[in-house]
Design a protein around this ligand. Structure first.
Ligand SMILES: [Zn+2]
Length: 299
């Protein structure tokens, strides 16, 4: 039962007459796309899938065009670093350093490691991005993101992220975030806290009922009012122009040594594995470009 039909769904709800809010996502297909793109092991599918699911939720909470949130987890484990970027609409991309690593003890967090940090960079498309960093709690991702919400954003939050992998690949993936809003009553806080146990079954509920049914099961008793829904997806926004800008930032000397030593270069995108090729002439043009604005040539 692993035919993935249809599309993923991301739903926003107001809860308890505006005292809390929830975001629920069915991220089954976008996690499957990440697994295909990067040939992820089962453990890497779970860890990166969780991070991508979190990035989709956080990305869709940013409203401005051109804004993005980048989540970087460095836990010191055998899987290396994990990176996920989320944008409005729940559009995500991500990668993991060692996609083939599997957890020996079956705990994805031990492959990620927990001796390190989660860094969150929020670029709102204007001025300096906001950067927050918290020590990892467990490397299991949801707990780590919750710590970020608590310490860096100071918003009391419950978050569950789940990716179920079976013999034939991803069976279901999803997540749910519930946040208290300013002015929530003690009673509202208590009703949300008492629902915490329901959240962790999110992937199973999505597998059984789909996203709307899962929301009914998990937050149905909190007077949910649907505010909006979007169709999240895995999509890379890389382009040749973007790679050109990155090459220019290396500086003329570096580009010239690439011309001399390799007669050109090939830049692979970490997020989609697309290859962008530059001939010696292409690089010469870029080297000329990087001399122009600041006049920093080293002759
Ligand atoms: Zn790309």
């Amino acid at each position: 039962m692993t035919v993935l039909r249809g599309k993923d769904t991301l739903l926003h709800y107001s809860l308890l007459e505006g005292q809390a809010r929830a975001v629920l996502i069915d991220s089954t297909r976008l996690c499957a796309a990440a697994r295909r793109t990067h040939h992820l092991s089962d453990t890497a599918t779970i860890s990166l899938g969780r991070l991508l699911t979190g990035a989709a939720i956080m990305g869709d909470m940013l409203k401005g065009e051109g804004s993005s949130v980048t989540l970087t987890v460095k836990g010191g484990g055998p899987m290396g670093a994990l990176v996920a970027v989320g944008r409005p609409g729940g559009v995500v991309k991500g990668y993991v350093d060692k996609p083939f690593v599997d957890a020996e003890d079956g705990r994805p967090g031990s492959a990620v490691g927990s001796e390190g940090s989660l860094t969150v960079v929020k670029d709102l498309g204007m001025g300096e991005p906001y950067v927050g960093q918290v020590p990892l709690v467990s490397g299991e991702i949801a707990e780590d993101l919750c710590a970020y919400f608590a310490y860096s954003e100071q918003v009391p939050s419950l978050l569950a992220l789940g990716v179920r992998v079976g013999e034939k690949g991803i069976e279901a993936a999803g997540g749910i975030l519930v946040q208290m809003l300013p002015g929530a009553s003690e009673a509202a806080i208590q009703s949300v806290e008492m629902s915490a146990g329901l959240l962790s079954g999110v992937a199973g509920e999505i597998a059984k009922w789909g996203p709307d049914g899962a929301a009914a099961q998990i937050i149905g008793h909190l007077q949910p009012v649907e505010l909006e829904r979007t169709t999240p997806e895995y999509r890379c926004d890389c382009s040749r122009e973007r790679v050109e800008r990155a090459l220019i930032s290396l500086g003329a000397a570096e580009l010239e040594s690439m011309i001399e030593e390799q007669g050109g270069c090939e830049a692979g995108c970490h997020f989609c594995n697309r290859k962008h090729r530059f001939s010696a002439d292409d690089l010469r043009a870029l080297a000329a470009e990087c001399r122009r604005p600041r006049g920093e040539s080293k002759e």
